[in-house]
Design a protein around this ligand. Structure first.
Ligand code: ZN
Length: 299
C-alpha cells in the first residue's frame, strides 16, 4: 500500500536567487537539509527518494496562469486552461466545477476504494454563511471534497490535533475570525499531516498564504512566511520515514517574484520526497501530478 501526502501551496513559482525572491532572503535550510531542495531555481534533483524541479503551469495557453484553471489541472489532471481557451482566475466556473466534481483525485481515489481526506480545518458555520450570502464561491479544493462526498474537518478536529488551518498555525482564526484557538507551531502542523497518513491513503492540504502575500507585495511578511514554511515542510519530510510519499507543488508563480503584485510565468516547484518520489520524475506540467498520484495509490 502506497500512501501520499499532497501539500498544495497557492502562488509559488520557481525563480533564481535574487533581490525580489523571498526564498533568497530566507533560504529553506531545514527542507534543503533533508531533501536538497531549496525552492530556488538551480540544478534539478532526481534521486531515489527525492525529485525536485520546475514544472510548467502555462499549459500551452497564452496569458498568465491563474488559480481556477491551475488548481483544476492540479487536482484532476485535465488541462482546464486549454478547455476554456484561457486562464481563469479565482473560483472555478460551471464548466470547471463539473470537471472537478467528476474527476478530482479525492473522488477518483475513493471511488477506487482508497481512503482520502482533506486535512484543512473549516470554520463550517462561518463558511456556509459566506457561501449562502454569495460573498464567496467554492474553491477547487472545496469542490473536490464535495465531489468526493467527504466530510470537512472542523475547528473541533483542529483542537483535537486532527486538522491544520490553511495558514498552518491558525493565527488567522484569532486575528481575523476572533476565534479562541490555540496556535500550533509549524512543526506540529507538519507532524499532524504525516500522522494523518496512518488512517488515510491520500491526504490533501492547501495553503494559499503565498498567493495573498505575493499580491500584497509584502516582502518582509513573505520572508517570515518562507521561514515558517521551511519549518512546516522540513518537519513533515523528516517525520515521514517509510510512511509513503510527500508531494509539494503549486498552481502558478507569484510570491517568488515580489517585483510585481501579480502572478508570474515562472514554472512552479515540484518536490516529491519518499518511497515513490521517483515516479514524479516524469512530471513536466501541473496536469501530470494527479495521474501520478493515482498511479501510486494503485500500486
Ligand atoms: Zn493569485
Amino acid at each position: 500500500m502506497s500512501k501520499i501526502l499532497f501539500i498544495f501551496f497557492d502562488g509559488i513559482g520557481l525563480a533564481p536567487e535574487g533581490e525580489h525572491n523571498p526564498f533568497s532572503a530566507a533560504p529553506m535550510s531545514l527542507t534543503k537539509g533533508v531533501s536538497g531542495a531549496g525552492f530556488v531555481k538551480g540544478e534539478p534533483i532526481d534521486e531515489k527518494r527525492v525529485v525536485f524541479k520546475g514544472i510548467d503551469a502555462q499549459l500551452g495557453v497564452p496569458g498568465i496562469p491563474q488559480s481556477a484553471t491551475g488548481q483544476t489541472a492540479l487536482f484532476t489532471g485535465v488541462n482546464a486552461a486549454e478547455i476554456l481557451g484561457h486562464h481563469l482566475t479565482a473560483y472555478p466556473d460551471n464548466r470547471l466545477t463539473e470537471i472537478i466534481s467528476e474527476r478530482n483525485i479525492l473522488k477518483v481515489a475513493t471511488d477506487k476504494g482508497h481512503s482520502a481526506t482533506f486535512a484543512n480545518a473549516y470554520d463550517l458555520n462561518a463558511y456556509n454563511q459566506l457561501i449562502q450570502e454569495g460573498r464567496i464561491l467554492h474553491s477547487a479544493t472545496t469542490l473536490s471534497v464535495l465531489g468526493a462526498n467527504l466530510p470537512f474537518r472542523t475547528l473541533d478536529d483542529l483542537r483535537n490535533g486532527e486538522a491544520v488551518y490553511w495558514d498552518i498555525t491558525g493565527e488567522h482564526l484569532r486575528t481575523h475570525r476572533n476565534k479562541d484557538i490555540e496556535l500550533i507551531t509549524p512543526e506540529e502542523a507538519g507532524k499532524r499531516l504525516v500522522m494523518l497518513m496512518n488512517k488515510n491513503d491520500l491526504i490533501l492540504f492547501e495553503c494559499f498564504m503565498p498567493d495573498i502575500l505575493g499580491h500584497h507585495r509584502e516582502f518582509d511578511k513573505a520572508v517570515s512566511f518562507v521561514q515558517l514554511m521551511d519549518r512546516f515542510v522540513g518537519t513533515s519530510l523528516s517525520e515521514l520515514g517509510d510512511a509513503g510519499t510527500i508531494v509539494i507543488t503549486s498552481d502558478h508563480g507569484n510570491m517568488e517574484d515580489m517585483s510585481s503584485g501579480g502572478h508570474t510565468l515562472n514554472p512552479v516547484p515540484l518536490l516529491a520526497f519518499g518511497k515513490d518520489a521517483q515516479k514524479f520524475g516524469a512530471a513536466r506540467s501541473i496536469t501530470d501530478i494527479a495521474p501520478i498520484i493515482l498511479s501510486i495509490l494503485e500500486n
